[in-house]
Design a protein around this ligand. Structure first.
Ligand SMILES: [Zn+2]
Length: 320
């Protein structure tokens, strides 16, 4: 007998296959309302029909019943059937006229009967990332500075802050997952600084163009350690600039330049442009929606770091 998991793998359409894999991984559980409402529920490899030890019944090749109704009608008697019947007798019902479906998350149960799409989606994302091998890679990379686990909740919070636009966020996301193709993986020198690359982190934290650009945009004094260069500092506005720089450098990592100086100049220009366009777009929106004060509080300066001013003619003027 094949399990649902095996059946899903042979679906040809990638969209439906991936959707079902994700749904399957949610391990939806069920509290039956009444027995008649679960007649069609499968009893093999089920998330809610469990043996005395709390384990699902494994697939087997004999003619054992496939759903609750078949089990109720089954007259055979062998250890598996007896164990299944015992599970059926011990089943707890909510006595409502509908079944309750729920999934278990780190923050408690999510009832699917009234859950929002957002809460289910965020749970799916969390589960998809269960094999977080990049966390180990970063920890090994930073071992000279970090002797305990990294606080990934805080790291992702900095990146997903509303201060960062979606293009900036998605570049940081790719960088931190370390799956991207790079000069290091290609066994080549870095296209930007022309130096030998020793790891996939080169473009994210070590490239000379990156270091020069953070000096050029005057945020170097905030990025004082390898760990901060990897994930950002505590000043959100500094991170706003830093993540823009990283986005540009990351996206241009395979561009060919005549020499180091021309790579540097081009990247300085592109970083300033990227930051200015982002600020202009937000300022325009703030003006339209009467939220200019909020824009000014967020983007002009934070603590001692000044990013920009608004001129009398309502233009954004970068100070860095
Ligand atoms: Zn480089």
């Amino acid at each position: 007998m094949t399990t649902n998991k095996e059946r899903i793998k042979i679906i040809k359409n990638i969209y439906y296959r991936e959707a079902l894999i994700s749904f399957n991984e949610l391990k939806v559980k069920l509290i039956p309302g009444q027995r008649k409402l679960i007649h069609n529920e499968p009893i093999i490899a089920s998330n809610f029909f469990l043996d005395a030890n709390g384990n699902p019944f494994p697939p087997n090749t004999d003619n054992s019943p496939k759903n609750i109704y078949e089990l109720m009608k089954c007259t055979e008697s062998n250890p598996i059937i007896r164990s299944m019947k015992s599970a059926l007798i011990n089943m707890v019902y909510s006595n409502q006229n509908k079944n309750t479906f729920f999934i278990e998350s780190e923050n408690g149960e999510i009832n699917l009967n009234n859950a929002t799409f957002k809460s289910i989606y965020s749970e799916m994302i969390t589960r998809t990332n269960t094999n977080k091998e990049w966390e180990t890679k970063w920890l090994n990379y930073l071992e000279s500075e970090e002797n305990h686990a990294l606080d990934w909740t805080t790291i992702w919070k900095k990146i997903h802050s509303k201060i960062n636009n979606p293009h900036v966020i998605s570049a940081q996301w790719e960088i931190l997952h370390l799956n991207f193709w790079s000069s290091f993986k290609a066994n080549e020198c870095c296209n930007l600084c022309l130096e030998i690359t020793n790891n996939n982190m080169h473009i994210a934290t070590e490239c000379k163009v990156l270091i020069d650009t953070i000096h050029e945009l005057k945020i170097n004094e905030y990025l004082t350690s390898k760990t901060i260069l990897a994930f950002g500092c505590d000043n959100q506005l500094v991170n706003f600039v830093f993540y823009h720089i990283r986005k540009i450098i990351f996206r241009l990592r395979f561009k060919n330049f005549q020499n180091y100086q021309s790579a540097r100049n081009h990247i300085f220009y592109r970083c300033r442009l990227s930051i200015t366009l982002d600020l202009e777009e937000r300022f325009l929106w703030a003006t339209k929606t009467n939220t200019r004060t909020s824009f000014e509080n967020t983007f002009l300066q934070q603590n001692n770091f000044e990013l920009c001013q608004i001129t009398e003619s309502n233009k954004i003027n970068l100070i860095v």
